[in-house]
Design a protein around this ligand. Structure first.
Ligand code: PLP
Length: 392
């Protein structure tokens, strides 16, 4: 099976697997235990925190290990709501982009019911900064949330500019960097007040993630999970030591690949695929492609989101099944939306008609995807288009 669904989950990298096995042997203790095995596990967790903080550009004291990005996103919104409550501010509002993952969108609604302002996006799937600037000139939300790279389209978001706008107004800024980490340098993300990341999106194990929090001085972080003193009471629960070390091994490996030019080389391969597939299947449209094709700052090098040629109304599931039979694992969009009949909120926020969004497919590669796999995928798409058109 040729795997083109790395934005849903990316298989464990060999380096991560080796680090996990080694950690299981070397650090069997509970980091909270008072004996030497516990102290060793606690010590290695501290150094993992330092390694991650050094990559992000922040203090190791800001790092909290979580079970993944969903938990980290919930924890941030929960914290913001707790701060608003302790400031006796029942009308506090948050501002989130229209294309956030449900982990942000739904926790915003959960913790700030009816008090969520949505930042619109352009037809190319990029958050409208001017809207945010005007909003911040008038309002003072208790949190602004903007992802770094979109999971469905791969479109890179102006998170640095948004962070600067928020900093100038003294508004806390949260960046869900789940799809960015491991694909583009994480350096600089540490400047955001809150950052979420997830190991299984970059070749680490599932069920491990991180939250960067720099709750402003005088504010303790209000934990989502209580019932233990771990992580300075910011997240109760025994830390997944081996998973964390495996995640670090994966992230450091990805960062080295990026530094040696690996991302640029893979972007060129994806560009060629897009050009070839558009030529082979007239009418097919690339989401978020727009005027920015070929611009490395426009979209993740690994993601292609397309609206398939209008051969049928809601044919995306049929495409996925036929491509699966042909040996290719692809997606209809976000993993959570797969199989649901609802058109993607991300694509509709970009202005696609529900009928167009219902024909969307996403192909997302990984570091180890060979160049030839893209050519084979193009061939399979052409064959399946022929089958669907002929009613096979
Ligand atoms: N945020 C984004 C942008 C994502 O793409 C995902 C997963 O698809 C998540 C959050 C949730 O991540 P996790 O699976 O680690 O909970």
């Amino acid at each position: 099976m040729t795997y083109f669904d790395h934005n849903a989950t990316s298989p464990l990298l060999p380096q991560a697997r080796a680090a996990w096995l080694e950690a299981e042997d070397q650090f069997p203790g509970n980091p909270s235990s008072p004996h030497r095995l516990g102290a060793r596990a606690e010590h290695v967790l501290d150094s993992a925190r330092q390694r991650l903080a050094a990559l992000l550009g922040c203090s190791a004291l800001d790092m909290v290990w979580t079970s993944g990005a969903t938990e980290a996103c919930n924890a941030v919104l929960h914290h913001a709501a707790a701060m608003a409550e302790s400031a006796a501010n029942p009308v506090a509002r948050v501002c989130v982009s229209a294309i956030e993952h449900p982990a942000v969108r739904e926790s915003a609604e959960q913790f700030f019911p009816g008090r969520v302002d949505i930042v619109p996006v352009t037809r190319d799937g990029r958050v409208e900064l001017s809207w945010l600037a005007e909003h911040l000139a008038r309002e003072r939300p208790v949190l602004v949330a903007m992802m770094a790279a979109n999971n469905e389209t791969g479109v890179l978001q102006p998170w640095r500019e948004a962070q600067a706008l928020c900093a100038a107004r003294g508004v806390p800024f949260f960046c869900d960097a789940t799809q960015w980490c491991g694909r583009l340098p994480v350096s600089g993300l540490g400047g955001c007040d809150f950052v979420a990341g997830s190991a299984h999106k970059f070749g680490g194990p599932r069920g491990v993630g991180f939250l960067k929090t720099s709750a402003p001085a005088g504010q303790a972080f209000a934990p989502l999970l209580v019932g233990g003193k771990q992580q300075d009471r910011r997240r109760a629960g025994t830390e997944n030591v081996s998973g964390i070390l495996a995640a670090l091994a994966a992230l450091e490996w990805c960062e080295a690949e990026i530094a040696s030019g690996g991302a640029a080389a893979r972007l060129a391969v994806r560009e060629r695929f897009e050009g070839d597939v558009c030529a082979a299947l007239p009418g097919l449209a690339i989401n978020g492609g727009g005027a920015n094709r070929g611009d490395a700052s426009a979209r993740l090098w690994n993601t292609v989101s397309v609206v398939m040629t209008p051969v049928e109304a809601d044919c995306r599931v049929r495409w996925v099944v036929k491509l699966d039979k042909a040996g290719f694992a692809v997606s209809t969009g976000s993993a959570c939306a797969s199989g649901s009949e609802e058109p993607s909120p991300v694509l509709t926020a970009m202005g696609l008609a529900p009928g167009e969004a219902a024909r969307a497919l996403r192909f997302s590669s990984g570091w180890l995807t060979p160049e030839t796999a893209w050519d084979e995928l193009r061939g399979a798409l052409v064959r399946v288009a022929g089958e669907i058109t002929s009613g096979a």
